[in-house]
Write a new protein. Structure first.
Length: 268
């Protein structure tokens, strides 16, 4: 009976082994509360916790901060803390994130009191490796974003395909006028309109642009003017919109119309 009790007691986890999960906030709330109480009573754990916190806070994160997805973060910590089926071997994903082999001891090995300082050094390595892996991932993600922006700026130069002149159509706005540019960049086309001399809108009113082809009007977007009657609109054209024949602008009661309801104020 005594042997059975002894074997059962020997399988109980050493509370000191929860230091790293506690530091990384990986423990369930109940276990975290239990370890917090243990931390106040265990002088060795308290000292190591203080040292590890200082190490963590001193790590330089000079790169632009980019949040690591939770699934990737869990992979990093799992690789460091748990290893694989074979002792001392780290999964390939962990190696790709900069975690070297051989720095993590067998997680099944009991931590003996005589090895507490060794455990402390290993714990510090765990913290540094985890932080380094996350920081490296953030730097890579940031660089990837910068590369995307750079690639966009390396597109073929934009060319003006057509220039449009808009004139007033309403006697109440005799000074109204506008200029438009149809530009092409690679396989995409864009219409930019710069308008002047328009009356200020009130309430829900908005000016609406119409692309005209074969007598049919297609909504090109809405805009409002500043206090000097100036407005600008840029429209990314779909393939079926690039062959428009004329442009018209109306003053609408609101910005929700699909067909003209107000008066025409400008047109080509």
């Amino acid at each position: 009976m005594e042997r059975g009790v002894s074997a059962k007691m020997s399988r109980q986890p050493n509370p000191c082994e929860r230091l790293i999960p506690y530091l990384l906030q990986e423990l369930p709330p109940e276990e975290a509360d239990v370890f917090a109480a243990h931390l106040e009573e265990c002088e060795a754990c308290g000292k190591e916790y203080t040292e590890l916190r200082e190490t963590w806070e001193m790590l330089p994160f000079a790169a632009e901060e980019v949040d690591m997805p939770e699934d990737r973060k869990e992979q990093v910590f799992a690789a460091i803390l748990n290893g694989t089926n074979q002792a001392g071997v780290i999964p390939a994903d962990a190696e790709e994130m900069g975690i070297a082999k051989g720095l993590v001891s067998n997680p099944n090995e009991k931590v003996r009191p005589s090895k507490r300082r060794t455990f402390g050094y290993a714990a510090a390595a765990v913290v540094c490796l985890a932080a380094g892996a996350i920081a490296a991932w953030g730097w890579t993600a940031s660089r990837g974003s910068e590369t995307t922006i750079a690639d966009e700026r390396l597109q073929p130069p934009a060319q003006v395909v057509k220039q449009l002149s808009l004139k007033a159509f309403d006697k109440s706005m005799p000074e109204a006028n506008g200029t438009g540019w149809l530009t092409r960049q690679g396989n995409s086309e864009r219409l930019t309109l710069q308008l002047n001399g328009l009356a200020l809108t009130s309430g829900e009113e908005a000016y609406q642009v119409w692309l005209i082809k074969d007598g049919k009007r297609h909504n090109g977007g809405t805009f409002r003017v500043d206090d000097q009657g100036r407005g600008v609109l840029t429209l990314e054209l779909r393939p079926d919109e690039t062959a428009f024949e004329a442009v018209g602008i109306t003053l609408e009661p609101d910005a929700g119309g699909t067909q003209p309801r107000g008066k025409k104020v400008l047109g080509t």
